[in-house]
Design a binder for this molecule. Structure first.
Ligand code: NAD
Ligand code: UFG
Length: 337
């Protein structure tokens, strides 16, 4: 069975490509490399000893997508392609709406025209209304605070409406909580451009001495130790969740939505502690003011994915810290030489 991964050269896409190949699927990737490099694809092929058909194209380019669907008999699509930096989306809203929505619309249109009926979509916990209590359940109210979040919210809506209009289609919307970690081999991992925005990539840069100290954004939240609490899950567990979602999609029609998270929240200081204890590295930090737009805590109720998909996050916080460190030690400059 041949699976198309849009955005498959990126962080989550490359880990999913590796798992798919190891499970015997064939993989095709469409990525314009605007936030990634071909090196991740090369490494996945090297690690698995299996080929990936790679198309360096913009998923919003209908003609290029048509040519891909004509050249490759695709059975199902994992739609990872998108821009994902919350702060940048506030500065460049049109870029985010244009890219994230036009990729989704063009993809659905060209998939359907070429007879492809199954799609698994990368949504986010950010689509939940911040006023909800945790754990977050799939049927809780939705609402976003930034353009990036709205593109994920609208992406879900567009897919749902398209599937309603074409009931032979099957869509699974996956709301990821906070993916971190790397493949245990250290051959692929997260490689953000510039100074990282997210916690684990920032800790990583401090750990290898490229940044002096972590800035903890606020210690006056209503949480165990005053710092923000999130549901961190291992990127390999997330990748496996996509394969479970695909198996489900192949047997159903309509749209279904699932949280992918562990169901456990950890604070910023607990993550720092876990990284230090697992890897024996010191992470100096200072307490700064709150980051605009942050909320105190959120974590998933993953029961629906546990029960319906038969998926459960297996890897521990210590595994996430260890695998991040292995990736960093082997690749202090990420995918760059
Ligand atoms: P990433 O930036 O590493 O990967 C996204 C990939 O999409 C990149 O390789 C990029 O080059 C590609 N891309 C972007 N626009 C494209 C276009 N128009 N045409 C072709 N390729 C394009 O990000 P990631 O962390 O792997 O995230 C994958 C998906 O999961 C994204 O849709 C993101 O919004 C979503 N998501 C990520 C997180 C997270 O914390 N990483 C959380 C929730 C949801
Ligand atoms: N944090 C710091 N210092 C940093 C970075 C983060 O203290 O340098 C804190 C934040 O204040 C927050 C926690 O660490 O309390 C996690 O922050 P991240 O930026 O790593 O993650 P977020 O939960 O803010 O958001 C991420 C993605 C969103 C996505 C969301 C849910 O950036 O796009 O996870 O998947 F929607």
């Amino acid at each position: 069975m041949k699976i198309l991964l849009t955005g498959g050269a990126g962080y989550i896409g490359s880990h999913t490509a590796l798992q798919l190949l190891e499970c015997g699927y064939e993989v095709v990737v469409a990525d314009n490399l605007c936030n990634s490099s071909y090196e991740s694809i090369r490494r996945v092929q090297e690690h698995t000893g299996k080929p990936i058909a790679f198309y360096e194209i913009d998923v919003a380019d209908g003609e290029a997508m048509d040519a891909l669907f004509k050249a490759e008999p695709i059975d199902a699509v994992f739609h990872f392609a998108g821009l994902k930096a919350v702060g940048e989306s506030v500065q460049k809203p049109l870029e985010y709406y244009r890219n994230n929505l036009s990729t989704t619309i063009t993809l659905l249109d060209r998939m359907y025209a070429n007879g492809v009926r199954y799609i698994v979509y990368s949504s986010s916990a950010t689509v939940y209304d911040a006023a909800n209590v945790s754990p977050r359940l799939e049927d809780m109210s939705l609402g976003c605070t930034n353009p990036y979040g709205w593109t994920k919210f609208m992406g879900e809506r567009i897919i749902q409406d398209f599937v309603t209009a074409n009931p032979e289609m099957s869509a699974v919307l996956l709301r990821y909580f906070n993916p971190i970690g790397a493949h245990e081999s250290g051959c692929i991992g997260e490689d953000p451009a510039g100074i990282p925005n997210n916690l684990m990539p920032y800790i990583s840069q401090v750990a290898i001495g490229k940044l002096e100290k972590l800035h903890v954004f606020g210690n006056d939240y209503d949480t165990r130790d005053g710092t923000g609490v999130r549901d961190y899950l291992h990127v390999v567990d997330l990748a496996i969740g996509h394969i479970k979602a695909l198996e489900f999609a192949l047997k159903h029609t309509g749209t279904e939505v699932f949280n992918l998270g562990t169901g456990c929240g950890y604070s910023v200081l607990e993550i720092v502690d876990a990284f230090e204890n697992t890897n024996g590295v010191k992470i100096p930090y200072v307490i700064d003011g709150r980051r605009a737009g942050d909320i105190d805590e959120y974590y998933a109720d993953p029961s629906r994915a546990n029960e319906v998909l038969g998926w459960k996050a297996e890897r521990t916080l210590s595994d996430m810290c260890r695998d991040t460190w292995t990736w960093l030690q082997k690749n202090p400059n990420g995918f760059r030489e």
